[in-house]
Design a protein around this ligand. Sequence first.
Ligand code: PMP
Length: 383
Amino acid sequence: MPQDAFDWIDAQQERLRAAGLERILRPRAADSALIDLAGNDYLGLTHHPEVTEAAARAARRWGAGATGSRLVTGSTALHARLEEELAGFCGFEAALVFSSGYAANLAAVTALSGPVGSGTLLVCDESNHASLIDGCRLARAEKTVVPHADPDAFRKSLAAHQGRAIAVTDSVFSVDGDAAPLRALAEACRASGAALLVDDAHGLGVLGDGGRGAVHAAALAGDRDVVATVTLSKSLGSQGGAVLGPARVITHLISTARTFIFDTGLAPAAAGAALASLEVLRREPGRTLRVRAVAGELHRRLTAAGLTAVRPDAAVVSVRAPSPEAAVRWAADCREAGLAVGCFRPPSVPDGVSRLRLTARADLSDLQVAQAADAIVRTAPAV
Ligand code: PMP
């Protein structure tokens, strides 16, 4: 009797289950009463009436989908305005909007290291987000992975290479919430004429003057050798992504980036929502200060109670768990106590250590922050 073609999947799932690493989808309720410390709606904008109304208006005007790739029928006046607004807000010459931050990262890394045979070296922080890692895997370039947040390691790798090179890093690392040393990385790049590519997914809306991002905060926005990527799905409460940089970089992406050329454009509703969020953010920069204060307060309360948590540089607060199984149980106990938290386990953690991943939100009250911290401490596994 020949084996069924997918029998191997059952065996693999069994191994994942036994190791506490199985993933299960749990659709959330629209009207959940849980305090949400798991989503990435950092500024509390995804339900903002101006944002949802802008999404609805855009869908009515332009349709529920973009209808085609950006180069065919998928570009609308909304996409053009969003690109102008994003570039202006973050301090870059130009921007290009993608259907996701993931696609934006794939585009930036692959297109900037092409064409084949360019001899480009990609130097990557070992804790970079999966989408940057996948961009590097797709890029037909040489790659070096260097220790986390170590500008000297970047400098040495870049100096040892003849020809084009790009240093690739997150601005705020998505698992531990710590910030990259962007100024020192830019100096390392400039010492050898390399470009700096920064994924500012967790910086936009949270860091920099009025939420203009970590690259703006490091006074690197708009520089000739710096490119940033952002997502519209976190602080801006929408969906989609963008690459920001010099106009000639954007021109190059339009002609060569495969995740731009062969992907259907961002849905008009998402573009409209992101535009409305940018408007709210410009008007209410206090949201940026509040989300950072909430992150700091969560960290203070958890560490005061003896838990091991990384000091947050932005909105992500990462709390260590003793094992994947303990992390899953802890997250479930938090849920019982009225709190949704992220649970990160291998392979989503670069060092193999499981964690609860908490995301601060600007719209949490002081009371909710205190209740959330209490619930996490009360349900913590014994170590
Ligand atoms: N970069 C980082 C650092 C992220 O955390 C994420 C989202 N998890 C992405 C890129 C991908 O963005 P998107 O969800 O818009 O595809």
